[in-house]
Design a protein around this ligand. Sequence first.
Ligand code: CP
Ligand code: NVA
Length: 308
Amino acid sequence: MTRHFLNLTDAGGNAVAAMLNDAIDRKAARKGLPKGKADADAPLAGHVLAMVFEKNSTRTRVSFDVAMRQLGGSAVILDAGTTQLGRGETIADTARVLSRMADAIMLRTDDHAKVEELARYASVPVINGLTDLSHPCQIMADLLTVIEHGKALPGLEVAWLGDGNNVLNSIVEAAGLMKFNVRIGVPEGYESDAAFIEAAKLGGANVHVVRDAAEAARGADVVVTDTWISMGQAHAEAKLAAMEPYQVNQALMAHAKADALFLHCLPAHRGEEVTDAVIDGPCSVVWDEAENRIHAQKSVLRWVFGQL
Ligand code: CP
Ligand code: NVA
């Protein structure tokens, strides 16, 4: 059966753990090599990944391209607006065609149903490069970063501050699979997807929604935030005002553990969801997190091709 990576649950906890271990090993094995040089074993030699972007991207497009080169393969990057998809060719037909030309497809889009439809009609693996619902590749990099900085996932206390968005949904999903806990500080009306929270609780994670930002951050091992206005959302003054008490600043970080890490998927809106002092400060591991998009996605790619 074709393996798709639309959400973390498609892989499950054991496969996520295997991918993280693989990423740690592969990252160590290629230390010091130029970024475009292939790994010694080149496990995806001859493979090509087609990437389709219906939304902007810096990290996702570069990290998947470099990941494919390091695995010995290559990537083709398509901006949907310049493709026939952008002129109304159906997702199903696009899936059929790209399946004949590429060995895997990555899609960044708005409606999650589109990535599901692509997977339904593709005969090659499909990877979710972000939808309005979730961002599983980002969370693979986040988990890798946390482990790399010496924190075990089981029992980890994660605090999320701000908007209940796609990135948070994938963090909550990961909590259920990897057995960590999430305290979500979010204003009323901006909560994340209830189904992800219920599934995580069934998986054994403690997930709490709180209104007080300090309460969310208290005793946290990891503090995470993201933009208050995601791609495709209208810039709303009312939303920005509601988010203000959830800004991650030094006063807020003081409620977390002394050795807490600060994560942000980036791009950051400095002075909104996070201050310069925090993102440029000693707790911040955001540049490792960004680099880890490459290493984590190499293992996701190996997993969809049945190598893990
Ligand atoms: N974090 C992330 O997905 O970044 P890009 O939007 O730049 O791809
Ligand atoms: N929540 C953000 C993440 C960007 C990587 C967005 O969807 O725009």
